[in-house]
Design a binder for this molecule. Sequence first.
Ligand code: FAD
Length: 481
Amino acid sequence: MAPKPPVLIWFRDDLRLSDHPALDAAATTGAPVICLYVFDEKSPAVRPLGGAARWWLAQSLRALQASLARIGGSLLLRSGPATGTITELVRETRTSTVFFNDIAQVPHRAVADEIARTLGALDVRCRSFPGDLVAPPSAIRSKDDHGLRVFTPFWRRLQALGDPQRPLPPPRSLAPGPHLAGDPLESWQLEPSHPDWAGGLRESWRPGEAPAQARLKAFLADGIAGYCDDRDRPDREGTSRLSPHLRIGEISPRQIWHAARFVAADQPGLAHDVDKFLSELGWREFCRHLLFDVPDLAERGLQPRFEDFPWRRDDKALQAWQRGQTGYPIVDAGMRELWHSGVMHNRVRMVAASFLVKHLLIDWREGERWFWDTLVDADAGNNPANWQWVAGCGADAAPYFRIFNPVLQGDKFDPHGTYVRRWVPELARLPDKLIHRPWMATPLELAAAGVDLGKTYPSPIVDHKGARERALAAYAKVRSA
Ligand code: FAD
């Protein structure tokens, strides 16, 4: 009997073995399986990954290589435009079938469509499977066939669809494919070396499917109780920290959904916290569905009246913000947390983003780009959608007059300054009442805390009241446009 031709699995932002429908389908055929990852910075519309996400990708690919090896497979690495790379490999190996999971975001979707067309012309079977979302964008449309722009009705519709399909187990074994020459991972230079700035990332994270599952389990066992309140507290470990794992698909939203529902069924007292947690996953869906309709979400404000918004160009202020040197402790703590660990607490992301666009009147796209480069969870949907939300130009956006007061936000969500003391150690010895407003301290109080304002820590780069009035005036112009 002639040997079965191999099946090619194209891994993308789904670097896992479990709940991977394309891999599951390939394993079921019994044919040899070629697992491929294409590092593609060449296809049109590809947005090159930022530095922190590149670091994560390298760790995640290593983890996937090791997991595949345990079940008899291997991961082939190639680089180049995905369509050409895959077509060439199909010819080289006489593959008759290509499977992959749908990723409902640019450029994945466009590239996948192109591959399907090209392989169709070669008579190669090409099939995609749902795996990246709780529900596909086609399932939640308005009467005139576009995605919903307001979260609450979106979330209602998503819940009304019922629980998503149960997650699939990982394949027990794979029939190995032919031996093929691929790129050494190191040749992609995903990790920084001169200088090696990734020490904080290594210290903070363990990428990979197994750590992602362990994190989910630990969060649902110990962290979910009190999520509704604790999720807003940067001084507590109150959230799941699953975002970078989700971003690259080391864990699927269906796995999270079902595991969380199980906890709520088992411990009804936690139902409220579980619902809130799942609604956050709902925001991820909302952002991805939005991106499906608006592929240039990172470039174009959803509300056209913002096109002429009077953004200021101020490189000095932008740099102070990026480096955590604005003189507002909660903002600076967030920006330094980001630089060190590749994430920032959600509440602080809102405050720091609002500070950039409203206090400094700097274009939200500048902030989005900085986050894109420095976040390990930098996400093509979540990042621009949230920036637009903060700036007021997005879907279901924050009202223009909501201008976070960084001092009051600090008082409310970091009442003892624990978060600020961790990330802005030069202020650590200030008492709680001054930790979010060091400029209000007397010379004696500053001296006692070892703070020399303007030298060891900056004075505020803008005055809150004046900046607020300037922002309101700028937003009023847009409102009346
Ligand atoms: P949890 O509270 O445990 O939430 C669980 C999951 O829900 C998260 O992992 C995430 O996938 C999703 N989620 C939570 N909040 C949001 C939200 N507001 N929007 C969309 N999905 C959400 N999140 C990213 O994953 N990537 C980004 O690039 C990103 N950029 C952001 C930029 C700004 C300006 C703001 C305000 C928020 C941004 N977020 C982004 C959303 C949010 O801050 C992070 O998802 C959250 O901090 C991740 O922590 P967690 O996994 O512990 O969250």
